[in-house]
Design a protein. Sequence first.
Length: 1094
Amino acid sequence: MRLLLISLLIFVSISSHSQIVINEYSAANFDDFADNYGDNEDWFELYNSSAATINLNGYYLSDKEDNLTKWQFSSDVNINPNEHLIVFCSGRNEINGNNIHTSFKLHQTKNNEWIILTDPDGLTVVDSVFIRPCLTNSSRGRMNYTDDTKAVFTNPTPGAINTNGFVDYSSTPTFNPIAGIHAAPINVSITADPGNTIYYTTDGSLPDDSDNLYNGPIAINNTTVLKAVAYSNDPDILPSFMEYGTYFIGVSHSMKILSISGRESDNLANPELYELIAGGQQIEPNGTFEIYNSDGSLFDKARGEFNEHGNDSWAYAQRGFDYITRDQFGYNYAIKGEVFNDIDRDRFQRFIVKCAANDNYPFSYGSSGAHIRDAYVQSLSQVANLRLDERSHESCVMYLNGEYWGVYELREKVDDLDYTDIHYDQDSVAFLKTWGGTWVDVLTDDQDPNTVVNSWDDIRNYITGNDMAIQANYDYAKDRYNVGSLIDYYILNSYTVNADWLNWNTAWWKGLEEDGDKKKWRYALWDMDNTFDHGANYTNIPNTDPDADPCDAETLGNIGGQGHIPIWNALIQNEEFFDDYINRWSNLSNSYLSCEFMIQHLDSLIGIIEPEMQDQIDTWGGTYNEWMDNVNFMKDFMNERCTFLNAAIVDCYDVEGPFDVTIVIEGIGEVDFNNFFDINQTNTPFSGEYFGGIDIDFSVANGNFSYYEIVSNENYNYNETDTDFSLELQGDITIIFYFDANEITFLVEPTGSGNISIDGTSITSFPYTQSYIDNSNIMLGAQPNLGWEMGYWSSTNHSFSPTTTDENVNIIANSSDTVVLHLNQQTFDITYILEPSNADIEFLINGNNISTFPYTTTEFYGTNISLEAKSNINWEFLYFTSNNGGYISGQSISPLQGFSVNKSDTITIYYGANIFYDVSYQVFPEGSGQIRVQNINIEDSTITYPYMENVNLEAIPTNGWRFSHWDYQNNKINPDENAVYSNFTVESPDAIRANFKELFEVFVPNSFTPANDDNMHNTFEVSIFSIEGVNYEFEVFNRFGESIFYSNDETISWDGSYKNGGQVPSGVYIYTITVESLMTGKTFQKKGSITLLR
């Protein structure tokens, strides 16, 4: 009873599951179906095909097959019989009545996502669908409720019956040759599956069946965007996805190539994308976005949406734009790959594409642009590792619908949740921007903008409303506000003399996820093109010349209305903040913001775009010399400003100097200077300018430190053995740090057996001694010579990681020592095999007879081996072989062999017997089959074999026969005499016979029950198995010997009736049956009785 109950429960569970199905889904919902918030989110539909209401409380949904319990129905959600339930994959993670929103979203082009409904046990999958892409606003689903056949729907029916489904899309056509750079005009062939017609365009537009009909290779003579679709002859199959690519003819470029194209409406005189980029219309067209490497190979491509980017620069003939890859279009969810060299990120849904904005050459302010300012300042901030967020850049050339459009920049978008999530694990942020006015940006679905504003107002009001000179107040502020980001933001904008910030182009944010990074308010760079005395002074700073005071911004008041300058003026009253600011200024002015580095960095970026600027000029105007004059203007500005600033700091603030600071390392060691510079024996001496009136910090970081010495005309009281100390400068100063080196001597044992790689350099002469600072990580690698192998490392004072027996190890230098690499002479195993193994022969290795096989010997590398295989009256040597082919090549018939050991191997010595025996073969009965002997079919034959030959047998019956067994006399057949596939070893003469039996069998029942309600055994039926036909006679008699039924057709059975009709009564009846095989004449006869039951 218990077993029956369990079975019944399992049946009910499976039945319930089968009645909830995923009926339809769409991750292509661009602007077709809105959720309860008015958003076009991904969705799918569950359908209850049962007669009972099903409560989904406790069920799970997921988009990942390795995480079935990703999201759970946490409250009652009922699906009534024959009703649908819509689930939105919006990421909102909420249930509000029947408005269901999961915590995850769908991506139809990732090719690794599912929709999975799982039972509350978290293990049993109720239904699942692997997500396949659709074209925009289409869906996929079941053709009908009772059929698992999948279909594509161009008119989705969320919450209703699926109708007008298509089998699928046609296969996407292919191009040959592929798109990219081609030196000369080419002909491009397009292929599609049989039964398809191809249509194509060359003007960047999305093709359909009203466009060019493909009927042969297309001549591409100039740079062209080729797009094609395939239409099936089957009306149930939709047109294909578009194939597309740009053919760059006769061009070469030194940087990445961006090709954008699109026309999807005839409402405008020109393609919409052209109207956006060239015409300046504020529209949002769709199109394709392709990135190629400089060699013409495809980086990645996608299809998405374009819109305006830029304000003043939007008036130029050469414009920038924003681009968003739309997964809903069905082609890609992002541009994949590391687009930017400066960051470790490999997927981008959004790009800003700029042509230097207000610094554009030749369009900005009387052709004054250098075509680099914004990218340069943001890149400089990245290289200096400032505590800011920058728009990473990658220079490129751009083509629009196949037409060259000049030098552009691909830019990373900072005001984007993808940016904060990928870089900082922050998918929820408070983000504020000021551009004339201030607004909240980068909102998540359920985020209240007022909360963001209030959060900022709170910290701003606290800082400006409390005395920041009080350390407790300052500590509270810096716990919520990234004061280091403010310092870097202020320094960078002061250095570059930005005339377009604070009231414009200002962005600041903080992360809201507790488990993420960057949870304090921090600054992001926006447009940085009105710098270095270029462009309008929108911020109304007092001076835009190179001699602008670094404290000018402090006089601007609450410009922009968001308190950035009042916050600065409040914080600078705190001693810690002031010292951090001045030291940060000094650290940067002695490194990344020095004249030397800033100009070097500018030269490196100009070197990237310079090879392409002549084409830019030829397209848009200007002259090369004028552009270079604009670049040189930037350099002159930098040189003048660098030499001015440090003296201006003294005028602005209560500091002295600047004073020259020189740091010298004697010996081997490292000093951390001012929490910024790591100074060691490789970069000593360090020289820089620092200010008096604040502390500068020193810390011994590595090395066997002894003491330090101050050389100065001023008096300093100090403890020469301190490893951490601060100084307030009184004048120029030199500080010398003395270190005792850790000397490590390296040896190899035995001498001459190998070398040692030390930090990547191969050392070949020993002993070898090197000096190291304390805690230096030393990478060692064993390099054995031929014939030697790794043994172990040893030393007196150091530990080896991972272990002493690893070839490649690390040690941390902490004292003088001797490190020894011990190597072992290499040995190899050589195995000798005799074939046949019972051959009675004499085999010599280096003159020693070997009598037992297999025989294995271990030899040192380089050992000389000689072999001799001898023949005798019964056994004749045939040949040698070796597995690796190194010692013996192929089959060597020479009985004498010699070699030098350099690897492990197996050598086989083959002998042939001089004794032969005859074995005869017979098939019985004759003609009933064949014997397959060593892959040759025979019937009756005699074969002569050498002694100990192994012979393989197979019994092959003729049609109508089956194998029975083998007969033999002397040589045992293996595995036994009943095996079809057998073998034996020839040790004496023999006669072997394969016995077969005819396939002829007759089965006669002993009772039957005619006209029984169970429809079983209703006739007396004789079963005959025979390959060929038979002669058949069957007759039934009653107890008086009277014939009551007769048949000579084996297909007619007796149903318990008389010959002339009518049923015979129950009882016992006599029958005779005769069956004769037409193939062999074999006869089956039987007489018996049968019981008839009614």
